[in-house]
Design a protein around this ligand. Sequence first.
Ligand SMILES: Cc1cc2nc3c(=O)[nH]c(=O)nc-3n(C[C@H](O)[C@H](O)[C@H](O)COP(=O)(O)OP(=O)(O)OC[C@H]3O[C@@H](n4cnc5c(N)ncnc54)[C@H](O)[C@@H]3O)c2cc1C
Length: 467
Amino acid sequence: MSNNTIKTDVLIIGAGFAGIFAALSLVEQGYKKKIIIIEKGNNYFKRYCPVDHEKICNGCGGVCHVVSGFGGSLHYGDNVKLSYFPSGRALYKKIKDNYFKYLNKILDILEISKSDFSSYDVSNDKYFSSQIKGYPVLTLNSLKLKKILENIYEELNKHSNIDIIFNSECNEIQNNKDEFLIHTTKNKFICNNLVIATGRAGLFWWNDYMDRLKIKYEPPTISLGVRFECPTSILHPIHQVHNDFKTTFYIDKHKFKTFCFSSGQGGGKIKFVNYSNNYTFLDGHTTDEDESDISNFAILTQLKHNDNTPLSFNEVEKEYLTKYKNLRTDKSGKPVIQSYIDFKNRTLKNKTLKDFQNNNIMYSKLDLEVKRLDKVLDDKIHSSLCQAFEKVFLDFCQYSNFDFVSSIKQISVIGLELEFMWNLPHLNSSMETNIENLYMVGDASGVAQGALQAAISSYAITNNIIK
Ligand SMILES: Cc1cc2nc3c(=O)[nH]c(=O)nc-3n(C[C@H](O)[C@H](O)[C@H](O)COP(=O)(O)OP(=O)(O)OC[C@H]3O[C@@H](n4cnc5c(N)ncnc54)[C@H](O)[C@@H]3O)c2cc1C
């Protein structure tokens, strides 16, 4: 071991909710050995996204501050919705009744009680043509999220056996008998237990690295989609039906789901997410503080072959992402916008944002170029996606008492959005991989997509490590 190699019992890669709660759950159960968290981003108060300030997305040198730093993908200054069971069923199947035990511990730490979650009775809702998923949701506004991040940072700091190292990116892992050697941009570490909590920012790096370490997994079923910007006056009444409105249905054998419904008191915000591999995709947030007459939601579809097997990432890249990358003049693989009517007709009559303004088409002031987003999609997906959108939007207009034909002319489409790209590792009920003492938690585990579920998955590792 060289002099500059740091020895630790537990090394956690990533300081998102999964990484943070992996450390907190261990100390809560009396673990006294050394725990180090390495994080490639900054501390929470140093996270700045230029796009949020109407500036250009320059990828922040490969460390996207929307998904990197203390809090991970929970960006200091945004709203977040926490979803209660039955959201997170895949994780429940893995860790069974411990799910609720861990959930209660996490809610205690967050100083939240179950009664803070709003429940929605959607079982008899006759206004929507496909069934709405009903589960309790709690919205944390940006002030509450800030407070939570500050409190848990303080809590971690109280424990002298926990260190957090920022601006330190893990780029190599070696598995030597019963210990791991980890290289980061700053240091080398040796540890007995390695916890991978790398979320979105580590997605492509870690998906590749799993092969090198011979970790067993199944390929994911990747979903591709676009986000629709709509008037808040149409979407906000739906937010009151369920503030995380989700529905799933099939059109021409393609499975569609609405995703990340963002229409709070102040509308919705579109976030750019740079995956440090030359692609910038989208995500959304509800906003309560800012006043905005624009809201948004996404529709995603699973990418599968005719025989129902999922497209690999390489196939997705070849079929869709190369076209996406060539859309913009800066050749950057960054989001573009098109009016819905142009998108549907595969035209570009509204060529500039000035045209959008003149024709009363919704658009957020973001780093966007008006381009033929429709060109990314083949005819089958394009036509069924348009049908899917119109089916859902008709429901929304009828529910909110708006005229469908005139309202649809106001809609813009922004893309791309890509979801569910994580390899699905073979994990036991302690979230341990086929490599002893190597754990995968949070989004990286493929079964915990959501902040609360990321934290729950991390509690599952404790018994094994303490034992
Ligand atoms: C814009 C947006 C909105 C969202 N809204 C919601 C919501 O409202 N409700 C909800 O429940 N979920 C939401 N999610 C999803 C939620 O944020 C994630 O499910 C959750 O954060 C997962 O936690 P995690 O710790 O697994 O990963 P992350 O939170 O993504 O954290 C991973 C951390 O690992 C670090 N990292 C990655 N690779 C390396 C490396 N090689 N070396 C060092 N550090 C590394 C990253 O920098 C990052 O800080 C949203 C996500 C996004 C992007």
